[in-house]
Write a protein that binds this ligand. Structure first.
Ligand SMILES: [Zn+2]
Length: 65
């Protein structure tokens, strides 16, 4: 499951969020603003284990087969 870094446009708080597929609503944990910017994060994209796939969560896509 990818992890993204966000920065709140309202109060400047930076935070990380697990992103579930289909869930687009990310809010600032401090001020609950929905105006957040997504930053690039290498952490969630570097998962290269044979049992974990960031695309399909394991064994069902061309990336991890
Ligand atoms: Zn905020």
């Amino acid at each position: 499951m990818p992890i993204y870094e966000y920065r709140c446009s309202s109060c400047g708080t930076e935070f990380e969020e697990f992103i579930k597929r289909g869930a687009e609503s990310v809010r600032c944990p401090r001020c609950s603003s929905a105006e957040v910017e997504r930053k690039l994060s290498l952490f969630g994209l570097k998962a290269s284990g044979s049992s974990s796939c960031s695309t399909c969560s394991g064994g069902r896509c061309s990336t991890c087969k």
